[in-house]
Design a protein around this ligand. Sequence first.
Ligand SMILES: NC(=O)c1ccc[n+]([C@@H]2O[C@H](COP(=O)([O-])OP(=O)(O)OC[C@H]3O[C@@H](n4cnc5c(N)ncnc54)[C@H](OP(=O)(O)O)[C@@H]3O)[C@@H](O)[C@H]2O)c1
Length: 224
Amino acid sequence: MKVAVLGTGMVGQAHAGKLVEHGHKVVIGTNNVSKTLAKTEPNAMGRPPFSEWIKRHKAIKLVTFSDAAKHGEVIFCALSGDGALKVLKELKTDLAGKVLVDITNPLDFSNGFPPFLSVVNTDSLGEQIQKALPQTKVVKAFNTMNADVQVAPKEVANSDHELFIAGNDDWAKTKVKEIAKSYGWKNILDLGDIKSARGMEMILPIWLMIMNAKKTSKFNFKIA
Ligand SMILES: NC(=O)c1ccc[n+]([C@@H]2O[C@H](COP(=O)([O-])OP(=O)(O)OC[C@H]3O[C@@H](n4cnc5c(N)ncnc54)[C@H](OP(=O)(O)O)[C@@H]3O)[C@@H](O)[C@H]2O)c1
C-alpha cells in the first residue's frame, strides 16, 4: 500500500521505518526537504538528526507535506500539536477521501515543562482535524504511548496492553486496526467516534507523571 507519514520526528520515523519493513511504499513529509536534510546537529532531545536516520532508510523518500499527501492512500499525521491543524488544512484537497491516522497530542510548551493541553475537555485536536477535513476519515490512534512502543508493542508485557482508537468511519478504523495488528498489537479498544479523542488526548498528563515515576517511557496502560 502507498503510505505517507507527515512528520520527521521520532513518531514519524518510527512508523515510516516499520511500514517500509512491512512492504509498504512509504514517503515521509516535511516542511522543507533541503532544510530538513541540512540539519546535522542532534535535536533538542539529543536524538540524531533526521539526515542520519534517512541515510539508514534508503527505501523511504523525504518529500514535502504536499507531495506526501498526494502519495498516500493512508496518511499518518505525526506533526507537532501546534503545527498540525495549519499544515493539514493546506492539504485538504489531497487528503479528501483518505484515511488519516492522527497521532498528535495538543501540547503547549509556552510555559515550559510539563506542557499544557491547548485543547481539552469539550474539544480535542482530533475533532478539530476531522471538522477541518470533513471528506477525510480521521482515526485517532497511537497517541497514548511512546513512539517506540507504538510500533513495537511486544516490547511491553508481550503486547498485553491497550491501543485505543476512535473515529467516525468504521471502514477506516478497520484499516488502521489491520496496520496496528501488523505491528503486533493484540488488544485494540475502539472507543467510538472522534469525540473520544478528548479522553485519548487527556491521557498525556498522567502519562508524563508515570514516566517521571518509573524513569522510563517503555510502558503502557492495560485495561482489565
Ligand atoms: N514522541 C512520542 O513518543 C509521542 C508519543 C505519542 C504522541 N506523540 C505526538 O506525535 C506528534 C509527533 O511527535 P514527534 O515527537 O515525533 O515530533 P514533533 O517534534 O512533535 O513534530 C515533528 C514534526 O512536526 C513538524 N512541525 C513542528 N512544528 C511545526 C509548525 N509550527 N508548523 C508546521 N510543522 C511543524 C516538523 O516539521 P519539519 O519536518 O519541517 O521539521 C516535524 O515534521 C506530536 O503531536 C506528539 O505530541 C508523540
